[in-house]
Design a protein around this ligand. Structure first.
Ligand code: C2E
Ligand code: MG
Ligand code: MG
Length: 408
């Protein structure tokens, strides 16, 4: 490692090189394949610990590798055994409190191990190629679900995550065309979320694939923005509609000045590029208020709503009472339905979004929800879907594009 770790001069460039080493020791049961696989696991650990180091394949790594192998074989049959499902997390227009979209998130409920996190199984699915059938299934589920929601609410939209492998799959365009056709949803009501890892691929091929997706009329969103390797110029070079600021930047909002400054910079850059911005992972009121004050348009996070099964989402959508298939209102005390009234404070409601709206003069709870008439502080695209059952009767109206409008 010391020998490798020195500076090389190549032409005018100074190059720093480090190595990561994985060591596996042979015993009588070892084969060349098992040794290489173990050494590979140890190398991966060395890299994940920051590179420039050597790691020995040991019992802990063996247990992890075995667990991973068990997870991989269980994942191969999970789809056929109906163990996978899709949950939905609302995306909220922060200016109006209206839900404008929902992100589809895969869930795996293993019969013995219980729920297994996407953070565990998505990387395995990507590595093994299982992401193609699984991701394709999730896309179809989300679009079919959306077509049902759109029967009641034509302006509902969903966002679906696509792995790099799916984006680079030659069949992806046809697959999306087919699902748009079979479900009849409008292309612009489907948003595809890609991460910056897509830029690690051949950049020309990536540009071609993204242009192909965009030509289908769907929206493209850059997920986990700020955590990857993207050059800022990619934001203007590729046809994204939305940037999702990663949760790691939201955590310190309102308390950490440098993170607050970073978010403000992303917002102003997005505005200049006419991109919408969604803040991910909003976990408390301080973050929510800071985002709202900075003019961030869209937000998503446990503080607003947790991901929920499709049926619960159907209940959460505010449906006109005569078409509401399930009369049960969303349970009070969860999500926004429970949060806003709880946060009402005696000093004129400054402590919560709805209270502050009222303090600004929005006295009429139905204002902005009436047909085609934006109320004070409520743009025409806003819609108070999230109000509790029986709370106001104004029929929602929504003129704008479902998700894509520059941050204002
Ligand atoms: P993501 O696309 O960035 O999704 C957001 C993740 O943040 C979700 O985790 C969501 O549950 C979580 N989250 C939302 N609000 C909060 C919050 O306030 N605090 C915290 N701590 N977390 C919050 P989840 O469902 O575990 O998914 C993790 C990742 O797995 C997703 O990140 C996405 O990259 C991937 N994933 C999930 N479903 C799919 C899918 O259908 N296809 C593909 N390719 N990837 C998926
Ligand atoms: Mg996402
Ligand atoms: Mg994300």
């Amino acid at each position: 490692l010391d020998a490798v770790r020195r500076q090389y001069r190549i032409g005018n460039w100074e190059i720093n090189v480090t190595a990561s080493v994985g060591i596996a020791l042979a015993d009588e049961s070892s084969t060349s394949e098992s040794l290489l696989r173990d050494a590979d696991d140890a190398t991966r650990l060395a890299k994940s610990l920051g590179r420039d180091r050597a790691k020995l394949f040991d019992e802990a790594l063996r247990a992890k590798a075995e667990q991973r192998m068990a997870t991989t074989s269980a994942l191969r049959v999970a789809l056929d055994r109906n163990e996978l499902s899709v949950s939905y997390q609302p995306v909220i227009d922060l200016a109006t409190g209206a839900m404008v979209s929902a992100e589809a998130l895969l869930r795996w409920n293993h019969p013995d191990r219980g729920p297994i996190s996407p953070a565990v199984f998505i990387p395995i699915a990507e590595e093994t190629g299982l992401i193609l059938p699984i991701g394709g299934w999730a896309l179809k589920q989300a679009c079919e679900q959306l077509s049902q929601w759109q029967r009641v609410d034509p302006l509902m939209s969903v966002a679906v995550n696509l792995s790099v492998r799916q984006v680079m799959d030659p069949d992806i365009l046809d697959q999306i065309r087919r699902v748009l056709k079979s479900t009849g949803i409008r292309p612009e009501s489907l948003c595809l979320e890609l991460t910056e890892s897509v830029f690690m691929e051949d950049i020309d091929q990536c540009a071609e694939m993204l242009a192909g997706l965009k030509n289908l009329g769907v929206q493209l969103s850059l997920d986990d923005f700020g955590t990857g390797y993207s050059s800022l110029s990619y934001l203007s070079r590729f046809p994204f509609d939305i940037v999702k600021i990663d949760q790691s930047f939201i955590r310190g909002l309102g308390t950490n000045p440098s993170e607050t400054a970073l978010v403000a910079a992303i917002l102003s850059m997005a505005k200049a590029l006419e991109l919408s911005v969604t803040a991910e992972g909003i976990e408390d009121q301080t973050q929510l208020i800071a985002l709202e004050e900075m003019g961030c348009q869209l937000g998503q996070g446990f503080y607003l709503d947790r991901p929920m099964p499709a049926l619960e989402m159907t209940h959460t959508l505010t449906l006109p009472s005569h078409t509401q298939p399930h009369p049960a209102p969303p349970a009070p005390g969860r999500g926004r339905a429970g949060r806003w009234p709880k946060a009402a404070d005696p000093k004129g409601g400054e402590g919560n979004l709805r209270g502050r709206r009222r303090a600004q003069g929005d006295q009429d709870p139905a204002a902005g929800r009436r047909h085609g008439r934006p109320g004070p502080g409520r743009p025409a695209h806003g819609r108070a879907r999230h109000r509790r059952h029986g709370e106001g009767e104004g029929q929602a109206h929504h003129q704008g594009r479902p998700l894509c409008h520059p941050c204002s």
